[in-house]
Design a protein around this ligand. Structure first.
Ligand SMILES: [Zn+2]
Length: 386
């Protein structure tokens, strides 16, 4: 009987829907939750196990034997039917994590689905109400300590603000439409071992970064989704004819890549200086340190048909007299050529490949807007942000 059941399970995972993980769509399915009736990858199975057997009973597909009742349950449900139930009311703003997404997003997605049943009972979706208020931990710009700050999100006012002193004026008011959030960048989660995200926004044409932590991943993910929800609703108003699928691209995007590079200055004899570089969509920002509140400069990456290009080594016509070091590449804009270098070839190749992907994309109206307002280099006196 055991053999018959194992065979039946092997047949079931070939059915479309069951061949990819019910939660992250990974195509390596090795486990099942035999009370819920879904097929899972090893990573999501680990999260299911952490929920406790009262919510999800997990077993390996090939190790151990399958009882008739368990196989019957898997036949009756399966990933497609389960998704219809547990994902029935996922709000459009919700970022459904793929396999590559940060672990915390996957974990909270799974908890939201099966433990809290947020997508069955919409009253549990606190993040779609257009307002949110609470305390988060923000890294101080001055001494790098982490301090509790009150944050208030208001879709009606189109603003996210935070307070140093709850009874005084807010320290900053950030326009929701100009926010990007990169979820769980390694530099943040490694430094404090807490769930974290980085908010980047424009202030007087320059990007400002703030670094946010919270001990409870559920709270952090709620804020993330609340900001996405408010931004989506505001984008709907601003661009009523644009489809959701396009607006969703503008909500939040994790950084494509971050890391140290060496960069030369604009003068012919400027040497290479070590800079923390961040590729945030069409912005390539360079900083002295990974958690600087402001980039030293930002390069807007237009499209290749407007004269932007990326390639190995120095750009041939540039007047660089600096001796090449390591593995270098250049980023050419219509007004200036930037020269970077790194210690590793695979790192250089990855930068070039990602930068080329960005400049091959056609420009959207939002891209033109960003290009128009972005101040490319911060003057040293510019430090007047409240
Ligand atoms: Zn998975």
């Amino acid at each position: 009987m055991a053999d018959v059941n194992s065979k039946r399970i092997s047949e079931l995972i070939r059915i479309p829907g069951n061949s990819t993980c019910a939660d992250c769509k990974s195509d390596v399915v090795e486990y099942a939750s035999y009370n819920i009736g879904v097929f899972l990858c090893a990573n999501c199975a680990g999260v299911h196990r952490s929920l406790g057997a009262h919510i999800s009973k997990v077993k390996h597909l090939k190790l151990g034997s399958w009882e008739d009742s368990q196989v019957k349950r898997m036949e009756e449900v399966g990933n497609t039917v389960a998704r219809r139930k547990f994902e029935e009311r996922v709000p459009v703003c919700y970022r459904k994590p793929t396999q590559e997404a940060p672990h915390i997003l996957k974990e909270q997605w799974i908890r939201a689905k099966y433990e809290r049943e947020e997508f069955i009972h919409t009253s549990k979706q606190r993040y779609t109400r257009g307002t949110m208020e609470g305390y988060l931990y923000k890294r101080s710009k001055v001494d790098n300590t982490v301090k509790q700050r009150k944050f208030v999100l208001s879709e009606k006012d189109k603003i996210l603000k935070y307070y140093v002193n709850d009874k005084k004026e807010p320290k900053a008011e950030i326009r929701i439409l100009e926010i990007n959030i990169s979820f769980a960048p390694e530099k943040l989660t490694e430094s404090l071992r807490k769930p974290a995200f980085q908010i980047s926004f424009l202030n007087q044409g320059s990007t400002r970064h703030i670094f946010i932590y919270h001990n409870d991943p559920e709270v952090l993910v709620e804020w993330y989704m609340a900001i996405r929800s408010a931004k989506l609703n505001l984008l709907h108003v601003a661009h009523p004819t644009v489809a959701d699928s396009e607006l969703l691209q503008c909500l939040t995007q994790d950084f494509l890549k971050e890391g140290y590079l060496y960069k030369t200055g604009p003068k012919p004899n400027d040497g290479f200086k070590k800079r923390w570089c961040t590729l945030d969509g069409r912005k390539l920002m360079y900083h002295e340190q990974p958690m600087d509140p402001y980039p030293k400069g930002e390069i807007f990456l237009g499209s290749d048909c407007e004269g932007f290009s990326v390639g190995e080594g120095a750009e041939p016509t540039s007047c660089s007299k600096v001796r090449e070091q390591g593995f270098s590449f250049h980023v050419k804009t219509p007004t200036r050529c930037f020269w970077f270098s790194t210690d590793r070839q695979d790192d250089r190749d990855e930068w070039i490949s990602l930068l080329q992907t960005v400049i091959k994309r056609p420009m959207t109206p939002q891209d033109f807007y960003l290009n128009g307002i972005l101040v490319k280099k911060r003057a040293s006196s510019f430090f007047s942000i409240r």
